[in-house]
Design a protein around this ligand. Sequence first.
Ligand SMILES: Nc1ncnc2c1ncn2[C@@H]1O[C@H](COP(=O)(O)OP(=O)(O)OP(=O)(O)O)[C@@H](O)[C@H]1O
Length: 426
Amino acid sequence: MSDLTTVTEVATLAAGAGGLGYAKARAPRVYWSLVGLPVTWGRFSLTYRSTMEVCGLTVQPSGMRAFMTRNMARREVRPVPAKVRRVSPTSTGLRVSLRLPAGLEPADVAAATERLRHAWGVRSVTVVEARPGVVELRMTGYDVLARVRMPRRRKQSGPMVVPVALREDGTVFCRDFRQVPHALTLGANQSGKSVYQRNLIAGLARLPVGLIGIDCKRGVEQTRYAPRLSALAATPQIASELLDVLVGEMEERFDLLSAHGVSDVWELPASVRPVPLVVLIDEVAELFLVSAKKDEERRDRMVQHLVRLAQMARAVGIYLEACGQRFGSELGKGATMLRAQLTGRVVHRVNDLQTAEMGLKDIAPDALQAVTRIAPNRPGVAVAGDTSGGWSLIRTPEMSSEEAVAICREFARLTPEPAFLKPFRP
Ligand SMILES: Nc1ncnc2c1ncn2[C@@H]1O[C@H](COP(=O)(O)OP(=O)(O)OP(=O)(O)O)[C@@H](O)[C@H]1O
């Protein structure tokens, strides 16, 4: 929908069917730009000082400043709030950069976000520390996760960065494989895991990377992405052989690094750098489960290979992206060790607190409550955490499997076909 159409739509909705309230519900983004933004900006400017004062976000002025105010300016001495450095409107809200006075810290502002949200009548307020002494207040004017629309223009911020979802504060959540090489996505049935994977695959498909699928549910999820997959394992037996080959490839890549005297694949000249590989594992628990005693040896070997890849393969440009309903120690030997290496975590709605703990307790314990509050009628909403202890509420844009398949077909020419993966071509 073009902006012009949307503006016209708002006007029509407002005029015809129930006024601005109706328009607000049907086209919140345009309603925000036309009505919400000027109102909120005005309210913010007029009440900033008093709001900060009642929210306890002020400090006593220094002795000199109090003296000057009292004796030179002949004004009443009032507590000092953070200095507003910049106010910038966005398509989803308002961003305010604040210089904190001595005596206030970002945690003080973060603790007052609920009060600020009500005072300025916005949907959410998030605090981000921009640098020491400066924080950014990110306000959203409406529920941006109700119907996710990713910004049309996006900056490519790295060779392995894929935008996959929108955060509650209106910013884009990206999966950056170089920063967080391995990740785990958890969630109950119908919680939105497949749509998350589709967004990820659609983003990766556009990049010069090799995609390797491991889908032991006979390939029901991943076979459709075959045009863009360099390899696919649809049974535990083939997955085991594929992991053997990947570990061999990792060792060869380490030899290449040492021959060039570097410790990371990205330090190699582009002409000799091997293509980055992303291993997408659907329903990771399937790799751990065995139905007969004779399969145990294969399972142990496979888990051992996965743990080795997770521990070392980042340096040689091999990344793991695992997905499943649960991933606990009950899966057996190696499960906890592997999970500890999958440091990027995205947890959708889960059936019990224990599953949420498997995903987030070791990296962002504060986020557990947020996971348990995800409503069943909001598939695709998830908590994304990482090892920095930070977390955010995200939601993927809805994407059908046909759309993802079409993108894989469109970018099929980018599919690398290295010789060592030939036996596993889908
Ligand atoms: N971000 C989203 N926005 C809107 N609808 C979504 C979103 N994510 C998922 N859905 C819808 O929720 C339903 C379940 O999604 P999905 O198939 O991704 O769940 P799942 O966790 O993979 O389920 P299962 O484990 O049963 O395969 C689908 O109908 C899908 O269209």
